[in-house]
Design a protein around this ligand. Sequence first.
Ligand SMILES: CC(C)(COP(=O)(O)OP(=O)(O)OC[C@H]1O[C@@H](n2cnc3c(N)ncnc32)[C@H](O)[C@@H]1OP(=O)(O)O)[C@@H](O)C(=O)NCCC(=O)NCCS
Length: 330
Amino acid sequence: MRGARIMGTGRHLPPRVVTNEELTKLMDTTDEWIVQRTGIRERRYAEASVGNCHMGADAARKAIDKAGITPEDIDLVIFATLSPDMYFPGVGVLVQDLLGLRTVGALDVRNQCSGFIYALSVAETFVKGGFHDHVLVIGSEIHSKGLNFSTAGRDVSVIFGDGAGAAVVGPAEPGKGILSTHLHSEGKHAKELCAAEPGFLQNPWLTHEIIDQGRHYPKMNGKYVFAHAVRRFPEVIREALEKNGCAASDLSMVIPHQANERITQAVRDVMELPAEKVFSNIERYGNTTAASIPIALDECLEQGRIREGDLVCLVAFGAGFTWASALVRW
Ligand SMILES: CC(C)(COP(=O)(O)OP(=O)(O)OC[C@H]1O[C@@H](n2cnc3c(N)ncnc32)[C@H](O)[C@@H]1OP(=O)(O)O)[C@@H](O)C(=O)NCCC(=O)NCCS
């Protein structure tokens, strides 16, 4: 069976920078609290008229360009987001249109912070199986239009930011590129980090009360999420290493989902990895859920920190709970 590799990456960050200081004008919080607990100093917010389709398409154009192919060559779009532009259809079809792609398949993935790795895993399978040659994988998120910016929502709203990242997955020699992907879920924790309403567990799915009572805002049991994340990140990195007969010391770079700098530090400590081998940019973008790994990967490559032959691990944990890893021989 042939391999599958990441041929090119791209990112789009909205130009508007929102500092912690700006948030202190909206809610009872401080720059010191946010930096100490999360490592975040600023994040980006999209303009009102900008959707995930626009940010995702921009990131995708750059990824296609770097892959050295054209939009004509794309055989499938996989779009990961928890903040879709429309309730339906999915964002993938909007990108198919914006990029002027052939009438190829467009698939949306709903796996929150693990969304990009879930999407990458689908792309890997299609390419390794010989079904498609070039799969476009996009992770994009707009949180800023759906957060509670009052003090009641401060635990969640200071963490999340907007952005998009993309990758083109194409064929590789066996043993090169994406070596394996590992996906997990444990739905009994679904309510610990969620936006449960509006939703079709009730009839009608949307009411005035939901909005009046602010029940449509995301909710998070921060300490609970933290405790599970610091266990699952190392566990799923080790699973990927073991599957491929590798050790943590073989890793050249780990690109974790940018959940929270303290979670990243815990992963570094548990895995006994030096700081320069665990990529972090949360300080500038906050947590962009499905977009965080492709944005980080694109920056990491741009900084020349990944070379041919390097062993790279992408790893994520998030709402669901879901968690996942991908081990890549660059
Ligand atoms: C959210 C998180 C930063 C909160 O940190 P924490 O140390 O657990 O803080 P707590 O939730 O215990 O809150 C401590 C106090 O700070 C307050 N607080 C919460 N958010 C605040 C904010 N933005 N600014 C100031 N104070 C805040 C709380 O109300 C609480 O006050 P109290 O002691 O008077 O009740 C932390 O739990 C965390 O990082 N969790 C993981 C979140 C995450 O990564 N989510 C994404 C997963 S993909």
